[in-house]
Design a protein around this ligand. Sequence first.
Ligand code: PLP
Length: 360
Amino acid sequence: MSRVFNFSAGPAALPEEVLEQARDEMLDWHGAGMSVMEMSHRGKEFISIAEAAEADLRELLGVTDNYKVLFLQGGATSQFSMVPQNLLADKQSADYVYTGQWSKKAIAEAKKFCRVNIAASSEDRNFTYIPRFGTWRRDPASAYVHITSNETIGGVEYHWVPDVGDVPLVADMSSHLLSRPVDVSRYGLIYAGAQKNIGPAGLTIVIIKEDLIGTAAAEIATMADYKTHAESGSMYNTPPTYAIYVAGLVLQWLKRLGGLAAMEKTNIAKSQLLYEYLDSTQFYDCPVSPEDRSRMNVPFRIKEDSLDAQFLAEAKNHGLVQLKGHRSVGGMRASIYNAMPIEGVRTLVEFMREFERNHG
Ligand SMILES: *Cc1c(COP(=O)(O)O)cnc(C)c1O
């Protein structure tokens, strides 16, 4: 068996220890005589798995009792419509910050439910930065402010939290939740699809302040109402049991590593290694403003873009895969989530140096 360094943006690499544990527990979970996949979601074994996952997530992120943690399905994409359906209450508008492809999708969906005020946009420089807070133009009548705190495609990340006062701040953290400590109390609602940095596809995590639950219009679909899931402990219908189990193993792995502060240190070291090299050479470049660069998703280009296909082919021969940039931006992108070891980034940088020597 040989494993590659997988730089996929998602579904993405998982910690090897977690995969090994899932393998070891596959046929017989803790003496249950069956796989977690085969268990009733209402049985005591699975309930204990789900409760431990929630407790570990709360511990890692410091989530207080006035927030609910929901384990949902439908991906972050379903949250694009659930957020306005639930949070508008009696208001007719919401503020969105437009920083790239994912906020674009969130905005398009919200427009089906309300008036969207684009409070700030980085479209003028092709989404290569986060608009400074002082330039935001908010609508005082907005029900909430929505940000995409890490744009997975463009590789821009908020390294600060906007202070929006009493208006709920909603953040799509799909591609960096658990990569660093978060002050959850600054947010009304945080959501994330698990398949980037948390676990397998199929699980969507929502962390929501309790006073934002139960404000949806009466005609909302049952499954779209946060209240349904909050009141049933995310067990209104069958939850994504195996994905919750594997995410739970990832949470235990994070705790063994020392939690999110320790994880953040490693993520800073990993991303610096790559950005410092990109900034030191004329052969490649990274289009993102240095202060807004993502620690998770690093887009870069070879200045001579006719070399892209050869770069990707040679990288693959070195066991470095999934480096092709998103089809909308081209070039390359290295996603270096929690599960990417620093050796993977070192190997990538060494390969990039060698490629530069051969083709520069
Ligand atoms: C991947 C991603 C999404 C979409 O997630 P799905 O789970 O596929 O719906 C939304 N927002 C961000 C920031 C993402 O990275």
